[in-house]
Design a protein around this ligand. Sequence first.
Ligand code: ARG
Length: 459
Amino acid sequence: MAMWGGRFQEATLSVFRDFNDSLSFDYLLAQQDIQASRAWAQQLAQANIISNDEAAQLDTALADLSVAIDADPKLPLQTREEDIHSWVEAQLTTTLGAVAKKLHTGRSRNDLVATDLRLWSKLNAQGVRQSLLGAIAALINFAEQAGTAVMPGFTHLQRAQPVLVAHWALAYIEMFKRDLSRLDDATTRLDVCPLGCGALAGTGVAIDRQQLAQRLGFASAALNSLDAVSDRDYVVELSAAASICMTHLSRLSEDVIFFCSGEAGFFKLGDAISSGSSLMPQKKNPDVFELLRGKTGRVLGHLVAILHVLKGLPLAYNKDMQEDKQGFFDLMSTWQQSLLVLATVLPHLSVNKTQCRQAAELGYSNATDLADYLVSKGMPFRDAHEVVGELVVHAAKQQLALEALPLAEMQQFSQLISNDVYPALQLEAGLQKRAALGGTAPQQVLAALAQAKVWFEAV
Ligand code: ARG
């Protein structure tokens, strides 16, 4: 029977009921609903609303229920209760009878659901955090394995300047470090307890809400009842943090997919993480990275959806808010799974160092170094840019690298060029020069990697 049957004289239409009920998805909040209910029962006893004996009965029954849910998380789905809050109460009523009916004194499903979802968010944010750290650790290992291997760096997907493979991996480590701080930030802000705010105006029971918050492991109690029951900022914030992090995962995936292509051939996927084609026997596909890229779309969709659910809502609770759950549950598990998958597959991704180096030497990637060389001889950079541009056209016509041009030919473009241009055009020389903080010079990259490890140990 519904929790609110008294005022109603007609039976609920089944089409409405199916539309209205949330048990099919909010059963995932069972443990949190039990946790919140146990704390509430204690507070009711403390406020002399129920006796200590009744509180103890409720506590035992709720603890038993928690064990039952542990054993079978889908237990609630065997019933036709409206939502998880009704289910927990119905179970208590079956075991305890009249005492169970006292539990809902002074509370509402509005403050209860807000509490349950925050507890669930805190727990699951911890899970994501572990997986994010796992992904960072895997990237640190990847960078370490790559050593000083060099590959082409791209802008506009055109070969631009050589970079260390480890420098590429460290770029994603920087992104994931920001993602971690966003996650931690959102988690700190959501650590507020709405329970004891009633339906909207506050509870009529003399509850010590700070103590209740503490009992539930929250940092503090929500300060405004209207806000407390209708605030879903934390869902939005975690969804935004997930969306940004997944966008990083997606860009990493796109890079890897390209680097593994026949055209690039910089990276190679291990068999254990690749799939084949049902038709073309030669194919080895990077499905796992394509899926990471694809799942990002789903996560971004959930962020947009929750923002749209909330944007026009008047205070306080509205049933629209029941729509905060399915997308969010999916988002949090997709996020965590994606990070776990990345950490798992990275060790199976190898770098073809020879191919990377050959590619880095092609495509006039050292043109900037030639311009810098002319600058070192006294030519203004803008002029040097022009001269080297002409030299590139000249070399390309003969299908030669810049360093393959005879000195006399180069000197036709500038008399400032002399024999010492050849060492300056070497790949290593170009790399060594990018030694300022954040650059791809090997000693900078090694220092950055060492720093990333220090950061990881401290986090
Ligand atoms: N199932 C509801 C939800 O998820 C619980 C709160 C119901 N509150 C109400 N006033 N009908 O939002």
